[in-house]
Design a protein around this ligand. Structure first.
Ligand code: G4P
Length: 533
């Protein structure tokens, strides 16, 4: 690891610095082009020299955000990291989200740390299941959404049909900022609806370097593209008549979504997206707390842990806690308080990490993400603060749908087993549930996607030196309940109540019909749903 000091030693003014920040994530279904877009954004903001398509997944080199062995073996992105880009003097913090459907709990937590999301849609496939799930989490949290229709260089759907689908399925009003010239598969460029200009798409070899964008007035566009321009201009006019125009207030309220057309692989539309992030995406604002009024960005330092990561570097068994800064200035070395325990935490090593590259952070501001090293005392959801005590609301717990008993293969390694399980729980890799009946030697692991179990099993063996057996349980539904109802529920067939270390009680049911039967028999039973994944 080669630490590079990136930032200037003097802390800047927090109000100004916060106003220069945008924290966002890209949400999409696997294969819509998220990694490609991430690379293209990094390329355009000059964070990397060349977008690579050399080897790796289907002949493409691993993108900068892939690192774990398992990720490489599977060719997917499991872990989350953040990438900081500077564009037009604005600091863009792109929080990476794992795209695999089975590993979505992590992704949902990342969404707690962003102020906006880019919904990336494959032009041929439209809104796919994982996109809808992620969209629903954003909607639940009131996160404004920028829509990017990707792969416009390939045959796909009609743009108006895509707009209808977005409106019908998400309830958002699409307000295209650009409109494609040429049908999907014959992508010539876009009409910029704010200026009426034609932004012509120029090819580069393999899309590897920044494609130059040529802007032409409408008359020149007509001359050049003929009917394709006429069609685009007519459709753009239809949108104007229909009132599908960008409106800051409805966008920020999660009612409308600005739309861009792009080809990430050809690097087209990427500048437009960066401009939209700078010009339209919200800046970090006050955050609600459970200890008092909202914490404004000018208040003393506060942050919350939205992601824990371990085992990134086999040589250094380090734990990184990713925190999103909510207020004040972060200065490396400052001692902050962990709200859950009241204990001090020394931020001696703070890093910004993306892929294998890490940089030491000296200062950071609201909207930034920093990775705190040696964070074994921290848990996902923890609030850290300086000055007067503050606590942010807990991160939403997603309803697990998969349950398995974990046992140490070697009973003699119980100490390592216990330590490992506790760590995985703290990191939120899996939820750990227990009961007196099952005992501490056989905790139940619960997850939104079964791949979380594979990660747990892998890490127990390699990192904690305590290999585990998994014995899947037949439950698929978990509801919150209260102590009074435990004996009643446990008397029912196909039902069991387990507790988390936080004291929360979860009633597990084999399926939703079992749950409905129990609810019919005990209409007063205290059973509340967790956030659906
Ligand atoms: P993901 O992270 O969302 O899973 O998607 P990723 O970027 O890995 O892209 C999935 C596939 O879609 C890749 O093809 C990628 O090259 C392709 N792709 C991404 N953006 C575009 C685009 O704008 N136009 C076209 N035509 N394709 C795009 P692959 O088959 O996995 O790899 P490759 O061998 O084609 O590079």
């Amino acid at each position: 690891m080669r630490p590079d000091v990136l930032t200037a030693p003097d802390p800047g003014d927090v109000t100004t610095e916060a106003a220069r920040r945008r924290a966002f994530a890209v949400i999409s279904h696997p294969d819509a082009g998220k990694s490609t877009l991430t690379e293209a954004l990094a390329l355009h903001a000059h964070a990397i020299a060349e977008a690579g398509h050399v080897n790796g997944k289907s002949g493409r080199r691993h993108t900068v955000s892939d690192w774990m062995d398992m990720e490489k073996a599977r060719g997917i992105s499991i872990t989350s990291a953040s990438l900081q880009l500077t564009y037009r003097d604005t600091v863009l913090n792109l929080l990476d989200t794992p795209g695999h459907a089975d590993f979505s709990e992590d992704t949902y937590r990342v969404l707690a740390a962003v102020d906006a999301a880019v919904m990336l849609i494959d032009a041929a496939k439209g809104l796919e299941p994982q996109t809808m799930k992620l969209f629903n989490v954003c909607k639940h949290r009131g996160i404004p959404i920028i829509t990017v229709i990707n792969k416009w260089d390939r045959p796909g759907r009609e743009p108006l049909a895509l707009m209808d689908e977005i409106a019908e399925r998400t309830g958002l009003t699409p307000t295209p900022l650009t409109w494609p010239v040429g049908i999907a598969g014959d992508f010539r460029g876009v009409l910029d609806r704010s200026t009426g200009e034609y932004v012509r798409f120029t090819h580069t070899a393999g899309g590897a370097r920044i494609a130059p964008e040529e802007r032409l007035p409408a008359t020149a566009a007509l001359e050049r593209e003929g009917q394709a321009w006429v069609d685009a201009a007519e459709e753009a006019e239809l949108l104007t008549v229909a009132g599908a125009n960008h409106d800051t207030e409805t966008f920020l309220a999660g009612i409308s979504t600005p739309v861009l057309f792009a080809s990430a692989v050809r690097n087209f539309g990427v500048h437009a997206l960066l401009d939209v992030l700078v010009d339209l995406a919200p800046t970090p604002g006050p955050r609600p707390t459970v200890t008092g009024g909202p914490r404004s960005v000018e208040d003393p330092f506060s942050a919350f842990v939205f992601k824990m990561q371990a085992g990134m570097d086999a040589a250094h068994r380090d734990r990184l806690a990713y925190v999103r800064i909510c207020s004040g200035v972060f200065e490396r070395g400052m001692v902050v308080t962990t709200a859950r325990t009241g204990r001090p935490f020394a931020t001696k090593y703070a890093q910004q990490a993306f892929g294998r590259d890490r940089h030491v952070v000296e200062h950071a501001y609201p909207g930034d993400v920093v990775g705190l090293v040696n964070a074994s005392d921290l848990q996902v959801g923890d609030t850290l603060y300086a000055g007067p005590a503050v606590r942010f609301p807990p991160l939403p717990a997603f309803a697990p749908e998969h349950f398995t008993v974990a046992r140490a293969v070697d009973a003699g390694r119980y100490k390592q087993f216990r330590r490992g399980i506790a760590q995985l729980d703290a990191e939120g890799v899996v939820q750990v549930l227990r009961s007196d009946l099952r005992g501490d030697q056989a905790p139940v692991l619960a997850a939104v996607g079964p791949m979380q179990f594979e990660v747990a099993q892998h890490r127990m063996a390699t990192e904690f030196n305590a290999p585990i057996h998994l014995e899947p349980l037949g439950y698929t539904v978990a509801m919150r309940t209260t102590q009074t109802w435990v004996p009643v529920l446990e008397a029912e067939r196909g039902t069991e109540v387990l507790r988390r270390d936080t004291g929360e009680l979860l009633a597990l049911f084999t399926d939703k019909w079992r749950l409905q039967t129990v609810q019919r028999q005990h209409p007063d039973a205290d059973l509340t749903a967790l956030v659906a994944a």
